[in-house]
Write a protein that binds this ligand. Structure first.
Ligand SMILES: Cc1cc2nc3c(=O)[nH]c(=O)nc-3n(C[C@H](O)[C@H](O)[C@H](O)COP(=O)(O)OP(=O)(O)OC[C@H]3O[C@@H](n4cnc5c(N)ncnc54)[C@H](O)[C@@H]3O)c2cc1C
Ligand code: SF4
Length: 328
C-alpha cells in the first residue's frame, strides 16, 4: 500500500517549482516509476506535485535552428510515432519503441524516462543499501548478474533508461527550470556517476523541472540506431544496449558517437568505439576491431562476465548494420 501524501496539480511552472521546494515534495509526471517507488517504500513523499496539467511542457516542435524541441511531458508512445523523429533521429524512435509495454509507453513521459530511479533489486527491495543511505552495497557480494561492467565505484547499478543513451548519442540537451531561472545541460552531463555521488542519479535539485529536450539539427550524412538485448521477449530492461550516431561521407565515418546501455551506472560513452571508427571506412573488419576495443577495459563482477561477449557481438553487429543501412 502507498503511504498517504498530499496531491497538488499546479497549472504553471512557477507554481510547481514553489510546491517542489516544500520539504518532502516529489515531482510526478506519468507516475509509472514514481508510484512504484512510493509503493515499494524506496522513498517517501509528503507532497506529490503533478506537472501533468502544465501545457508548456507538452508538444514536439521544430526549433528555428532546424532541430527539434520535445516537451518533457511528451509520452514515449508519441515519440515512437512522430514522423520527424522517425526519419531524422532514428536512434530515439528505436529506443522509445523498446521501452516497457504499450500501456507504459502511453502513460510514461520522456522527462520521467530519463530521470527514473535504478532497477537494482537490492535498491528496489528491502535493503537499506548505500544508495538508499545505508553503509553497504549488497551487490558486491551478492547477486550481481545484472549489474555494471564499466564505471562501478561504491554502487554498481546500470542506468535504466532506453531513451537516454540515444539522446546522448544524438547530442541532445535538456532545459531545466528552477527557482533561479533556467539552465541548459547536455544529456551527456545530466546523470551523476557513483564515483561523484552515489546517492543521486541526476544533477537536478529537488525543486528543478526538466521542461524540454532539445535535439540539434541532424548533421549531413547522419545515421543513427539503437539496439537492446533483454532477458525476456516481454517488457524488460536492457541487459546490453548500444546507441549509435555516425556521420557518413560515402562509406567513411566522418564522426561517431557510441553510447552503451546496461553497461554502467550512467549512459556510457564508448570513446574506444568512436576513436576506432572515426575518420575511417566502416566495414566488417573495422566493426570487429571497434567491438573488441569497446570491451577491452571492462571490469565484470562475479556473475556478469557474460556481458563482455554479449556487448562485443552486439556492437559488431550494430556497426556492420549501420554501415550497410540507408541514411536516417
Ligand atoms: C514494468 C515497467 C517496465 C519498464 N520498462 C522500461 C524499459 O524497458 N525501458 C525504460 O527505459 N524504462 C522502463 N520503465 C520505466 C518507464 O519507462 C519510465 O518509468 C517512464 O518513462 C517514466 O515516465 P513517467 O512520466 O511515468 O515518470 P514518473 O514516474 O512520473 O517519474 C519518474 C521520475 O522522474 C522524475 N521526473 C519525471 N518527470 C520529470 C521532469 N520533467 N523533470 C524532473 N524530474 C522528472 C520524477 O520525480 C520521478 O523521480 C519501466 C517501468 C515499469 C513500471
Ligand atoms: S548497486 Fe547500488 S543500488 Fe544496488 S545495492 Fe549496491 S549501492 Fe545499492
Amino acid at each position: 500500500m502507498i503511504p498517504s501524501f498530499s496531491y497538488i496539480r499546479p497549472r504553471s511552472l512557477d507554481e510547481a517549482i514553489r510546491y517542489l521546494s516544500l520539504d518532502g515534495a516529489r515531482l510526478h509526471a506519468g507516475g509509472t516509476d514514481l508510484l512504484g517507488c512510493l509503493r515499494e517504500g524506496i522513498f517517501e513523499a509528503a507532497t506529490v506535485v503533478s506537472i501533468a496539467g502544465i501545457k508548456e511542457l507538452k508538444g514536439i516542435v521544430p526549433t528555428p535552428a532546424g532541430g527539434l524541441r520535445i516537451g518533457a511531458l511528451t509520452t514515449i508512445a508519441e515519440i515512437v510515432r512522430h514522423p520527424i523523429i522517425n526519419s531524422k533521429y532514428r536512434a530515439l524512435s528505436m529506443a522509445a519503441a523498446e521501452v516497457a509495454s504499450p500501456q507504459l509507453r502511453n502513460q510514461g513521459t520522456v522527462g520521467g524516462n530519463i530521470c527514473q530511479k535504478p532497477r537494482c533489486w537490492y535498491y528496489r527491495g528491502e535493503f537499506n543499501c548505500l544508495r538508499k543511505g545505508g553503509d553497504l552495497c549488497y551487490a558486491v557480494e551478492g547477486e550481481n548478474q545484472y549489474h555494471c561492467i564499466f564505471g562501478g565505484e561504491n554502487c554498481f547499478i546500470v542506468h535504466p533508461s532506453d531513451t537516454a543513451p540515444a539522446l546522448v548519442a544524438l547530442q541532445a540537451s535538456v532545459v531545466i527550470a528552477g527557482p533561479n531561472g533556467r539552465r541548459t545541460v547536455a544529456v551527456e552531463n545530466l546523470h551523476v556517476p557513483p564515483s561523484e555521488d552515489y546517492t543521486r542519479e541526476t544533477v537536478l535539485e529537488p525543486d528543478e523541472i526538466i521542461t524540454e529536450i532539445v535535439l540539434p539539427p541532424p548533421a549531413a550524412g547522419l545515421r543513427s540506431s539503437y539496439r537492446k538485448v533483454r532477458a525476456r521477449r516481454a517488457w524488460d530492461f536492457a541487459l546490453a544496449g548500444v546507441a549509435l550516431a555516425i556521420e557518413f561521407n560515402g562509406d567513411r565515418a566522418v564522426d561517431c558517437r557510441a553510447v552503451l546501455n546496461g553497461a554502467a551506472p550512467v549512459p556510457w560513452r564508448s570513446l574506444e568505439i568512436d576513436a576506432t571508427v572515426k575518420g575511417r571506412t566502416l566495414d566488417g573488419d573495422r566493426a570487429a576491431e571497434a567491438a573488441a576495443a569497446a570491451v577491452k577495459d571492462a571490469e565484470p563482477m562475479a556473475q556478469n562476465g557474460y556481458k563482455i561477449p554479449l556487448f562485443r557481438g552486439l556492437i559488431e553487429q550494430e556497426l556492420t548494420g549501420i554501415a550497410q543501412a540507408g541514411s536516417g
